[in-house]
Design a protein around this ligand. Sequence first.
Ligand code: DQQ
Length: 562
Amino acid sequence: MNGIEHPGNGRTAYHFQPAKHWQNDPNGPMYHNGLYHFFYQYNPHGPTWDTGKLSWGHSVSGDLVNWAALDNALDPTAPFDANGCWSGSATILPGGRPAILYTGIDADKVQVQNVAFAKDPSDPLLREWEKPSCNPVIPYPADVTGNNFRDPTEAWRGRDGLWRVGIVAEVNGVGSLLVYRSADFLRWQRNAAPLHASSRDVPVLECPDLFPVAAAAQGATEGLETSAPSGAGVRHVLKLTDFAKEDHYMVGFYDDVADTFVPAEPERGDDPDNWRRLDHGHLYASKSFYDARNKRRILWAWVDETDGGGVARGWAGIQAFPRAMWLDADGKRLVQWPVEEIETLRRKRVGLRWATDVEAGGRKEIAGIVSSQADVEVVFEIPNLEEAETLDPEWVLDPKGLCAAKGASVHGGVGPFGLLVLASGDLEEHTAVFFRVFKHDGKYKVLMCTDLTKSSTKAGAHKPSYGAFLDVDVEKDKFISLRTLIDHTVVESFGDGGRTCMTARVYPEHAAMGSTHLYVFNNGTGAVKVSKLEAWELATAAVNGGSLAPVVVKASDPKEAL
Ligand code: DQQ
């Protein structure tokens, strides 16, 4: 597909989803022999999560945009995974043979770790996977409690030549990340000490990710291969999914001899809930991989439904659009940005020829494109901070609550200003992504919100507000940037160049009819200047539509690929 074909039934036009049924976590993403492989938790029998039926769905792509579905890579067929093939990762072994480590729910419903190997590594589609009979390669340990032992990371190799894998476990009630080592990928031995243990009562952690990032050069966006050794110019990121179903990360120093991790921000403590949040909206169970073709690290993440409508629709769950990810110059934050391949979908563009003011209480329509599937970049210039409201200290630690208390329609001093997306003509329905500047302790604090309170007129719709404070010096910078990807039932926003991200699922009734509006708005007391605005209508990608053709065409080197 390359036009604007309204997908209908709540489906998205360019976000990854199987043709039908349930999907959740991203599993084992990799680049191999000219193709991107993506696996995911999949129930091939229906639109709900059902442990006994979970398989690994499998799709391939030449460009991370157009995808072709293949047969499942793993199904629950053996005694060591009879009750479900749960999450895990892929590692490309020396010689180019891909291996999968995954959690099996065995015949006794116990969580164990299994391995599967690509049967024919020269098959570019990696269609068949074999599970050796020595599985489980890591049985359930005696000191693990609560049947919480799962989600192996991609393996990495230390300078001693041994493989390591991280597995989250509840060890005597404590949420921990265990490390196992192996010379042959079959026999694994547990390190005496975990790489991470939460001192607070956080028993259940999920979906760990540990990967290196380039630390040195300011603005360096290049990724590092997962086994890149720690050392000068290299930091590691430890990402954990916590009990609140949120993904949090900490940058730090990983020692690949002792397998220890020293956080760069120890003041945040060892409870991942206090670490930095990967995305302040509704996004979960992320997993990254190194893209050797374009030398970058790419993040995948599950974005669940929030309206419980999966059964009626016959499908549930999408993936966030793949994001390139790198370490910010401050050495503490990650920057996330949609992979540049999204630009191949850009069709009609509308923009500003010169900067324009949006008056207090004003609104300007960005017309001329189909904005139900669009990519919008906007830069606001804040001419005057004098009118900024004083921040009530009760909100300093609760930006989400502040966004709920001061939504897009609550007039302020400097802001709220931002975008109204997926808006009906009468504005009865709209999703607002906006900023609001506050005075606090002699400085300024910028709040970013996604306000869903008007996102849908459907009875019973889940309509929260998401929020975060940006780490910016608005007095010095004077500009705030926002990029928003709109795709029918998902709104992914990247504030401050991708340092603060917010993903939301929305179910507007009017958009199902195929027409929607896009605006910039300002509900502050002074004018705000839009110094840059570009919006593109995006074509509908071929996502698991049943044909390999778009994938073959887009592969980096067709000879290599097929
Ligand atoms: N989903 C998987 C588990 C993982 C959880 C099961 C996180 O392996 O811990 O579908 O969403």
